[in-house]
Design a protein around this ligand. Structure first.
Ligand code: ACO
Length: 402
């Protein structure tokens, strides 16, 4: 019989860190965060400064290329993105095959993966390296694909991009223009979208980003790697939480608005219910993005003249949780997803598109991390395990099994 204990001695010990709570997978120069102090920097610039002063493509450039662009660099980058917004018409045939009520995250993950079929040089080792072009294509076509999902769910024809518009305005045009009426892009709406996308643009080695790096470490092409990141983001414990938050706030409203009842339910471990938009693996003080988003929610809803009763419910829930020992002891604070959905809703984005909006914001981060992983020539990611199953059993033919 195999002596497992002896084998283990010979092969050395393996550290188990379930959920990778304290395992560093890489060295990275992209995003710095301090969960105790509530600090978040992209390439050394504070999230507060970037959200206030930069635009989304500027931040995308910063994340991907390491420096804020000069005017000339920015104009070139933006121009290239503008001129790649059209999606190959054959992609429509794939898209049309999805049932009308498919979740847009599943559709987006499939379509982004399908892009590799349209750009086979992305996985052909002998083809010239076109990584930079694939990066531009991803940034340019993702908004076009995302708006297809929305249009289909409404039974409306899709809109082609209007390349005279800036990135955020073009997205809003493709979402909301109708053949009978052009959507007038409100600068307040476009500025709000810009801010939300910046706040989501990167967050070091979170679940979806680690997925992108892990998949990419096998030398999988950039489209497949980003597609895997979209799938990871979809989960309700990660990006999918922004959809779940609004659904939870709606449930509280429908139930009469008693936030304490939901707090109590979240504290009851047998209920299987958690306060969505609360808690974070790394932030044990506050999530700096949540602070900015909470203020932005007040500003934007005020400017747009939107009175959404769930904003008051969200504030009441936050206050009750922050004064409750259960949440205080476990250092559970609102995270980035807690208020973002309220803003997206005020902008006219439907709930099932919230996580797609998160993905649109996170795209430059995923790209930057994939690129860094390749530039560093990181080895294939391959965690170990401690085996706990049966050992060394004699095979029993089927006829003799009981
Ligand atoms: N509601 C109630 N209790 C919670 C919550 C919550 N939202 N979050 C954590 N807890 C409790 C846990 O039950 C656990 O309690 P215990 O110590 O008595 O066992 C303790 O707090 C620690 O929780 P863990 O699940 O161990 O923390 P972890 O770091 O693994 O999980 C996570 C972090 C997934 C974000 C968690 O807080 C959660 O599920 N939050 C709700 C979903 C959510 O908002 N996700 C978005 C995260 S941000 C992002 O991905 C963009």
């Amino acid at each position: 019989a195999i002596d497992i204990a002896k084998l283990r001695d010979e092969t050395g010990y393996i550290t188990i860190d379930s959920g990778y709570k304290n395992t560093g997978a890489t060295k990275s120069s992209i995003t710095f965060l301090d969960g105790e102090l509530g600090i978040l920097h992209y390439r050394g610039y504070s999230i507060e400064d970037l959200a206030e002063k930069a635009n989304f493509l500027e931040v995308a450039y910063l994340l991907i290329y390491g420096e804020l662009p000069t005017t000339e660099q920015y104009n070139k980058f933006e121009h290239e993105i503008r001129t790649h917004t059209i999606v190959n018409e054959d992609m429509r045939r794939i898209f049309n095959g999805f049932p009308v009520n498919s979740h847009p995250m599943g559709v987006m993950s499939s379509l982004v993966s399908a892009m590799s079929g349209f750009y086979p040089d992305s996985y052909d080792d002998k083809a010239p390296d076109r990584t930079e072009l694939h990066i531009i294509r991803l940034l340019a076509k993702f908004p076009t694909l995302a708006t297809w999902c929305y249009k289909k769910s409404h039974g409306h024809p899709i809109n082609y991009p209007k390349n005279s518009l800036d990135y955020c305005s073009n997205f809003l045009h493709m979402m909301f223009s109708l053949p009978v009426e052009d959507y007038h892009v409100d600068p307040i709406v476009s500025a709000a979208l810009n801010k939300l996308l910046i706040l989501h643009a990167d967050h070091e080695q979170n679940c979806s980003t680690s997925t992108v790096r892990l998949v990419g470490s096998s030398k999988a092409n950039i489209y497949s790697s980003i597609s895997a990141g979209i799938s990871a983001l979809w989960g309700p414990l990660h990006g999918g939480a922004n959809q779940e938050v609004i659904e939870m706030l709606e449930d509280i409203k429908a139930d009469g608005g008693d936030v304490q009842k939901f707090i109590n339910k979240a504290k009851d471990k047998n209920s299987g219910f958690r306060l969505m938009g609360f808690g974070h693996r790394v932030y044990k003080n506050f999530d700096p993005r949540a602070k900015i988003i909470k203020k932005a929610a007040d500003d934007i809803l005020g400017k747009l003249g939107v009175n959404d009763p769930v904003l008051e419910i969200a504030k009441g829930l936050e206050e009750a949780a922050l004064n409750d020992d259960y949440f205080v002891q476990r250092k559970l604070y609102p995270n980035v997803d807690f208020y973002s959905g309220i803003i997206y809703r005020a902008l006219g984005i439907p709930t099932n598109m919230f996580t797609v909006m998160f993905a649109l914001g996170r795209l430059p981060g995923w790209i930057a991390q994939w690129k860094e992983m390749r530039a560093n020539k990181e080895p294939i990611g391959r965690p170990r395990q401690i085996y706990t199953g049966a050992t060394d059993r004699p095979f029993v033919p089927m006829a003799e099994r009981k």
